[in-house]
Design a protein around this ligand. Structure first.
Ligand code: NAG
Ligand code: NAG
Ligand code: NAG
Ligand code: NAG
Ligand code: NAG
Ligand code: NAG
Length: 509
């Protein structure tokens, strides 16, 4: 750990205590519900809220690199929300009205903000319109605060991974233990939520990119069933697995964001119309039930909780499983997911083959849809990186996956076989296990089951689980079958309420 980082950390922690609150309203850990109360009783305005987060970003970002851009129009939009609230008859404004939201940098906005997936290659490109989820957030009255740093190209550039790093945003850091990996690729979204640099945030996942950074930054991440949220306007990897979801400090806040962003979008028609049957009448907040674990059948699959006796993780996860039982859940241990070793081997399970071809196809379809872009094809991005080797850290990170993807020629026989293997692994694995044992969820640590879920487009929620010996957070993840969000929310919320694990960031070296 270099000394300068320690010094910067100490200075920033001191500065944080000087952060102002509005009229006695404590913004730092404010939930969406308390923000709305504050709006309602006159102790808070959206402008004050945006000022608070902009101030906090300017203090913390030099250390954490969670935010890649702030919206120069955020204060103006906040003022508009305040005016709307004053002139509307009470109760007309929804939960996210006037609430500042930070978006991962692969979610397009048609405004002053750039959308670059962390790269310089897309800098200056102009989206034709807001992404589908952004249109919904704006309709709900949310204020777009800015863009969150992310693993460049959602970690799909190199096998080395970019571990919280992007060329434009720099190296993001875990606010609990600065030297620990913050994980990716929705890194900045998770860090910004954890360190209260935004009220709520949105990330995306193809395989682990919400579940991992949310777990390791001690926040709640919801990875929705593929198609529940529109992917239109999101820099893609594959429509088969990509999904957009909330990352927030509480399950309730994440559910409020989920409620705002789900639904049909004509620009992602096939997936969103298929998944819209899962959206319950009355939305998802009805599933925030304190007794939500009662009667649930929870499976603990073998191969995930393999911690040595005596480690914090071993003890804490045991306690959590006991807690679930005490809350009335029927916990079934010692279950086997068929072919698990193949499923977890992304080089041999078919995912690498399928993703390479799907990425080239979807990116080459996405880029021409921009109204302006310096790069229009994957080949041009590869050439851009070659021409900017220092900025893009080509020596350290390379772009081997880009090169492999560029070599593909569509969905041929090999890719079809890989995709049907993925489908079969999911059907024989998680789907069969859950049906045979009538499970409501499988519980696993962090994002360790992300591939099990990703291949079938299945949902999961991760909730803070604890802190290791060195203070690094870990998560408890509830995963299920397509459309299981209602019961996953019940279990995650009940678990959160009874354990209350999350604490504010510690900024340890
Ligand atoms: C308004 O609501 C906020 C949030 O619940 C609370 O902290 C504050 O004390 C309330 N202020 C007044 C004047 O009621
Ligand atoms: C977007 O990128 C351009 C550089 O192309 C920069 O001048 C501008 O400030 C960026 N926008 C924001 C909101 O940071
Ligand atoms: C851990 O401890 C339990 C009993 O306390 C024992 O049955 C088990 O074999 C131990 N596991 C390992 C890996 O040492
Ligand atoms: C691309 O394909 C060519 C021709 O088959 C091969 O020589 C080359 O190694 C491939 N490159 C990568 C990165 O897969
Ligand atoms: C998975 O395992 C089962 C046996 O448990 C086997 O019948 C099946 O073919 C395997 N599926 C794949 C895709 O390897
Ligand atoms: C979960 O994350 C914590 C913190 O990094 C780590 O100690 C633990 O080994 C992880 N578990 C798995 C199964 O990935």
């Amino acid at each position: 750990m270099p000394q300068p980082l320690l010094a910067v950390a100490a200075a920033l922690v001191l500065l944080l205590f000087a952060a102002a609150a509005a009229h006695g309203f404590e913004i730092e850990e404010a939930t969406v519900a308390s923000i709305q109360l504050g709006f309602h009783n006159g102790s808070l305005t959206s402008v004050e809220l945006v000022r608070f987060y902009l101030d906090r970003i300017s203090r913390l970002n030099p250390l954490l690199h969670a935010v890649i851009e702030v919206n120069p129009d955020a204060l103006r939009h906040a003022a508009r929300a305040d005016a709307e609230r004053r002139s509307s008859s009470s109760g007309k404004c929804g939960a996210l009205h006037g609430v500042p939201v930070l978006l991962k940098d692969n979610i397009a906005t048609r405004d002053a903000l750039n959308t670059t997936a962390g790269s310089f290659a897309l800098l200056g490109s102009v989206a034709r319109r807001d992404a589908g989820v952004v249109r919904r957030l704006r309709r709900a009255g949310a204020v777009v605060l800015g863009k969150a740093n992310m693993d460049e190209w959602a970690n799909f550039r190199s096998l080395a991974g970019t571990d919280g790093w992007s060329a434009r945003g720099g190296q993001a850091r875990n606010p609990y233990v600065l030297s620990a990996s913050p994980c990716g690729s929705s890194t900045g979204s998770a860090i910004a939520a954890a360190a209260s640099m935004a009220a709520v945030t949105v990330g995306t996942e193809t395989d682990g990119s919400i579940l991992c950074p949310a777990s390791l930054n001690s926040v709640v991440g919801i990875k929705p069933t593929v198609g529940l949220t529109s992917r239109a306007g999101v820099v893609p990897i594959t429509p088969r697995q990509d999904t957009v979801g909330p990352i927030c400090r509480t399950v309730t806040d994440a559910v409020l964001v989920l409620d705002a962003i789900v639904g049909y979008d004509a620009l992602d028609a096939a997936a969103t119309s298929t998944a819209s049957k899962y959206i319950p009448d009355g939305g998802y907040t009805q599933f925030l039930k304190k007794e939500g674990l009662n009667g649930k059948r929870i499976g603990i699959p073998n191969g995930f909780f393999s911690y040595a006796n005596g480690t914090v993780q071993h003890t804490v996860y045991q306690q959590h499983i006991d807690t679930m039982r005490k809350q009335g859940a029927i916990v079934i241990e010692d279950l086997d997911i068929a072919n698990l070793s193949v499923i977890l081997d992304s080089l041999n399970n078919g995912q690498e083959i399928a993703l390479a071809a799907e990425f080239k196809l979807s990116l080459n379809a996405y880029l021409p849809g921009l109204s302006y872009s310096p790069v229009r094809t994957l080949a041009e991005i590869i050439a851009f990186n070659d021409a900017h080797p220092v900025e893009e850290k080509m020596k350290e990170i390379g772009q081997i996956i880009f090169l492999v993807a560029e070599n593909t020629t569509g969905i041929g026989a090999i890719e079809k076989a890989a995709i049907s293997q993925l489908n079969k692994l999911s059907a024989d694995g998680l789907e069969k296990l859950m049906r045979e044992h009538e499970l409501d969820a499988v519980v696993t640590p962090n994002d360790s089951a992300s591939s099990v879920l990703a291949m079938g487009g299945m949902p999961a929620i991760t909730v803070p689980g604890g802190y290791g010996k060195l203070g690094v957070p870990f998560g408890v993840s509830f995963g299920g079958l397509k459309g299981y969000e209602p019961r996953l929310i019940e279990m995650a919320y009940a678990f959160e309420q009874v354990t209350m694990v999350r604490k504010t960031p510690t900024f340890l070296p």
